[in-house]
Design a protein around this ligand. Structure first.
Ligand code: NDP
Length: 327
């Protein structure tokens, strides 16, 4: 038995509880890990609260990220005592995840802890930070350089947004954040944003095309926000879209794409191929200011994770949340 959060769904309903879990709950995998830290991402919060259809197999241990030590390995790439990092691959959705003392995963999903990071730094990055890096790489791939102009980051006080602002600033871009929390404007500026705009400016239905401003954008919100971002892109601007914090819909028109040559680049971190995954971690080691990681993350214990999941969905959480599995 080991301690963790277990999500069950049966005649008694959908519920998440911190409890002793039988090893039989773990699925097949060739590497067994003693988990040290996990994190709370938006998707974990949806899974724990049941407010989104994230979990597709029951019982389930949530937690799409983890860092820990290999306890047993049938995979030649990993030996007992190695420190490994995991993000994505449907873990916490269809395969038991990191919000528990033990996990059994496929070795091909794991990444050795990058030497540039401590285990807690790797989790301060986690899926949200990794996704922010994929977004930045997409902007670069489509030719967005710092001289082209300002980059807009929506949901800037959240996990993906905080890391995106930090990364872009270190790379020399001028970053404008969007936030619904005026009290977090100084925090977003401390990460490097030159200006913070009110989320309300982006939440009404978008015109097909509006005044050009952004050379690039990273959007975690979707819905009207993404539509307004697209309408205000400069000629040949690039939008990396990765989230749905404001809604799954996309009430836009083709005008930004056919009149301004705007590119909408979709970002998925879950099934991201291993080669790109390793490249993204290398880039994070090079391009993320480690002192910013401390500013944008805070730690809680496993016993607090369910309460904080609710607060995250209410938009009350700043940056990244690390979960210490031992307390
Ligand atoms: P967080 O909750 O940490 O951040 C989301 C931020 O979005 C909030 O802090 C808030 O920022 C803003 N926000 C929340 N609700 C609304 C709303 N109704 N309208 C406008 N803005 C809103 O979540 P994460 O950063 O972990 O994830 C952000 C999004 O990215 C989620 O939708 C998540 O599912 C998605 N995601 C996608 C991934 C992928 O692979 N494609 C991977 C990781 C995340 P503020 O207070 O500053 O306004």
């Amino acid at each position: 038995m080991f301690k963790g959060i277990l999500i069950e769904k049966d005649d008694a309903g959908y519920r998440a509880e911190l409890k002793d879990i039988d090893e039989a709950v773990l699925y097949d995998g060739d590497v067994t890990i003693r988990v040290a830290y996990s994190t709370l991402n938006y998707k974990d919060a949806l899974a724990i609260t049941g407010k989104g259809p994230v979990v597709r197999r029951f019982p389930m241990i949530p937690g799409i990220d983890l860092v820990g030590t290999v306890e047993h390995s049938d995979n030649a790439a990993y030996k007992v005592g190695d420190t490994v990092v995991h993000t994505g691959w449907g873990v916490g959705e269809v395969h038991p995840g990191g919000l528990a003392e033990k996990a059994r995963l496929k070795g091909e999903w794991l990444v050795p802890l990058p030497s540039a990071f401590s285990p807690t730094q790797a989790m301060a990055i986690g899926t949200a930070g990794f996704t922010a890096m994929l977004c930045v790489m997409a902007l670069e791939r489509h030719g967005v350089t710092p001289e082209k102009g300002e980059i807009l980051v929506t949901g800037a006080a959240g996990g993906v947004g905080s890391v995106a602002v930090s990364l872009l600033t270190k790379l020399g871009y001028t970053v404008v954040g969007v936030s619904g929390r005026p009290e977090e404007a100084d925090y977003i500026k401390s990460l490097g944003a030159s200006e913070v705009l009110d989320r309300a400016e982006f939440s009404s239905p978008a015109k097909p095309i509006a005044k050009e401003r952004w050379a690039g954008a990273i959007d975690v919100v979707g819905s009207h926000t993404l539509a307004n971002v697209c309408s205000t892109m400069k000629y040949r601007g690039v939008v990396a879209a990765c989230g749905l914090a404001g809604g799954m819909d996309f009430p836009s028109s083709v005008a930004p794409f056919i009149l301004r040559g705007v590119t909408l680049a979709g970002i998925d971190s879950v099934m991201c191929p291993r080669v790109e995954r390793l490249e993204a971690w290398q880039r994070l080691a090079r391009d993320l200011d480690a002192t910013k990681l401390e500013m944008l993350s805070h730690e809680i214990g496993l016993t607090e994770a369910m309460q904080v999941a609710g607060e995250l969905l209410e938009g009350k959480v700043r940056g990244r949340v690390l979960v210490d599995i031992s307390r």
